[in-house]
Design a binder for this molecule. Structure first.
Ligand code: ZN
Ligand code: ZN
Length: 377
């Protein structure tokens, strides 16, 4: 049996907070729900939960520090190896299930009393066309619902929660400890009622006293037009049920817009490039250019230079939560054939004789002159 501190990867001097954080981080990785119930993950989850359950309790921790695991067995602190349902219960009790992206949304640490339900985070894939129009999507999420057998109270029907006799309902226990420096008092959550001040004599058989059961919920998400990857919306109060009647958490919907290789996106503006022939540039042509859904026609006037950018106003994406629509910028680029028929070769060669080089006035303003103009120089 590995040392509890090394199981959690913390120093022997770790604070309660550090122990809690270390456990939560590991539990997020090894929780059976996140590993499709894989056996190794399950074993590891039990192991870290066991270590956490001892080290979070000042009395058990002190006994363990002094005598190791033997101290826990003989000291009457009630150590035994936890089974999976106990481990899940401990995790649920202290962390209320998955808070999802704690770093992003600020985790809800365990506090005394009934806790609000954890937030649920889901990712919603979207296509560019859906972003352009906005879309209403129906999703099904897994959440904890109030237990229907005990109405979320956690007590078996007919029994009632009673004031905890260990802490007289305060949820805290004070311990005088003697140390080398004298006597000091520590305050810790009551180990009997886990800080709730009340104990359930007969826990509900269906939810094991948790007051919640696993369920599914169907939600309709109205995705506003113009959203981008990394943006999210929060649906308040539809996440996991809180423990024993506490309010539900939120659902965070993260948008993930699929890459559309035809475009570069910059906010509401889209950029694309089309290849055109020399004849199309020289003589003018209607060319097909990619648009959000399908294609649109662009009129290239005669004498257009390769590299010219056309701005199709209002053919970009809508501005999110604001009026207006961005533009579609289309750069036309001369296509050079890498293979030609004899006839094509003869025609191009003939053109080459007629146009042996670019005439001195042939380009109008050069690139650098245009650049200076654009910069207002
Ligand atoms: Zn129940
Ligand atoms: Zn108590």
């Amino acid at each position: 049996m590995a040392d509890f501190y090394s199981v959690l990867g913390v120093e022997r001097s770790a604070s309660d907070d550090e122990i809690k954080k270390a456990y939560r981080k590991l539990a997020m990785t090894y929780h059976p729900d996140r590993n499709n119930g894989a056996k190794e993950a399950e074993e590891r989850f039990k192991e870290i939960t066991e270590a956490y359950d001892v080290l979070r309790d000042p009395q058990k921790r002190a006994a363990y520090d002094r005598y190791g695991e033997a101290g826990l067995r003989s000291g009457g602190a009630g150590f035994h190896h936890v089974d999976l349902s106990e481990a899940l219960g401990i995790f649920m009790r202290d962390f209320g299930g998955f808070a999802g992206f704690e770093e992003l949304f600020g985790g809800r640490a365990a506090a005394s009393g009934p806790r609000p339900g954890a937030d649920v985070k889901i990712t919603m894939p979207l296509t560019l066309a859906e972003v352009a129009s906005g879309v209403e999507k129906k999703i099904t999420i897994k959440v904890l619902d109030p237990c229907d057998h005990c109405d979320g109270s956690g007590a078996e029907p007919g029994s009632k929660a009673q004031t905890c006799s260990t802490c007289s309902g305060t949820g805290e226990v004070r311990r005088a400890q003697r140390s080398f420096f004298g006597q000091f008092v520590t305050v810790a959550p009551c180990p009997t009622c886990h800080g709730e001040g009340r104990v359930i004599g007969t826990p509900c058989k269906k939810c094991r006293g948790e007051g919640r059961i696993r369920g599914e919920k169907e939600l309709v998400v109205k995705v506003p037009a113009g959203v981008a990857t990394g943006q999210y919306m929060t649906l308040r109060g539809v996440g996991n049920a809180g423990s024993r009647g506490a309010p539900r958490g939120d659902v965070h919907v993260m948008f993930e817009v699929a890459d559309d290789t035809r475009f570069e996106r910059d906010g509401e503006d889209l950029y694309t490039e089309v290849l055109v022939t020399y004849a199309q540039l020289a003589l003018g042509a209607d060319v097909s250019v990619p648009a959000i859904s399908g294609h649109t026609m662009l009129t290239v006037p005669p004498g257009t230079q390769s590299g010219h950018v056309f701005h199709l106003r209002g053919r970009g994406l809508p501005r999110v939560n604001a009026g207006g629509t961005g533009d579609l910028h289309v750069r036309v680029q001369l296509w050079t054939p890498d293979r030609m028929t004899d006839e094509e070769r003869q025609l191009v060669a003939r053109l080459g004789e007629l146009q042996p080089g670019v005439p001195a006035d042939g380009r109008g303003k050069g690139f650098w002159a245009k650049m200076k103009e654009a910069l207002g120089a």
